[in-house]
Design a protein around this ligand. Structure first.
Ligand code: TYD
Length: 206
């Protein structure tokens, strides 16, 4: 059986983790070995980097921030994701390089193509077989976040025009690589979304 690398993308509050979990359960029920990962995080080193990049107080220079995400990504791919895919496992991951392009690119300080280039260098050009983008109006995302009582990370604390640029960045990425992306409206019912995702993943299973 061939391995697969599937990533979930979308704004904060778009329901990525819920759908990643449902897909994972479905694949396990079909006898596949599923490895879950996330960025930032996913490895022990990654969890330390996550704490720095999301919750450290004080300013982090934009290029430093982009490089921390890239360092986390390099380690996650080299030590966890690539070996799993090569074993024939299915890796389901919350966020990947498209997050860097959409979020670090949305700050208007860094060039999105350069941000992507750093991630490709970090991962030796490792791209997902499928990326599911749960597209969400940023005002709804904010309402969902406010309804929970999680502590905000430094990105979630950004103003709504930043999140509108993140969303536009994601949609542009999906348009540029239609074969890799499945774009779904995050406001659809959970079960309908899960079914659409299963259908697309089925076509990749062998
Ligand atoms: P996430 O783990 O989805 O947050 P939570 O578990 O709190 O829902 O993502 C944390 C934040 O990291 C999110 O606001 C987007 C940001 N991020 C980037 O800015 N660049 C990146 O490359 C990645 C992977 C995440």
């Amino acid at each position: 059986m061939s391995g697969l690398f599937i990533t979930f993308e979308g704004g904060d509050g778009s329901g990525k983790s819920t759908q990643a979990e449902l897909l994972s359960e479905w694949l396990v029920a079909r006898g596949r070995t599923v490895v879950r990962s996330r960025e930032p995080g996913g490895t022990e080193l990654g969890d330390e980097l996550r704490e720095i990049v999301l919750h450290r107080r004080g300013h982090i220079a934009p290029r430093a921030e982009a490089l921390i995400y890239a360092a986390d990504r390099a380690h996650n791919i080299a030590t966890k994701v690539r070996p799993a895919v090569e074993r024939g496992d299915i890796v389901i991951q919350d966020r990947y390089l498209d997050s860097s392009v959409a979020y670090q690119g949305a700050g208007r300080v860094l060039d999105p193509d350069e941000v992507r280039g750093i991630s490709l260098w970090a991962t030796e050009d490792f791209l997902p077989d499928l990326t599911i983008l749960l597209d969400l109006d940023e005002t709804i995302g904010r309402e969902r976040l406010d309804a929970g009582n999680k502590r905000y990370d430094r990105l979630e604390a950004e103003k709504s025009d930043f999140h509108a640029r993140v969303r536009a960045g994601y949609l542009a990425l999906a348009e540029a690589e239609p074969e890799r992306f499945l774009v779904l409206p995050a406001t659809d019912p959970i079960e309908g979304l899960a079914a659409a995702i299963r259908e697309r993943v089925s076509s990749l299973l062998q």
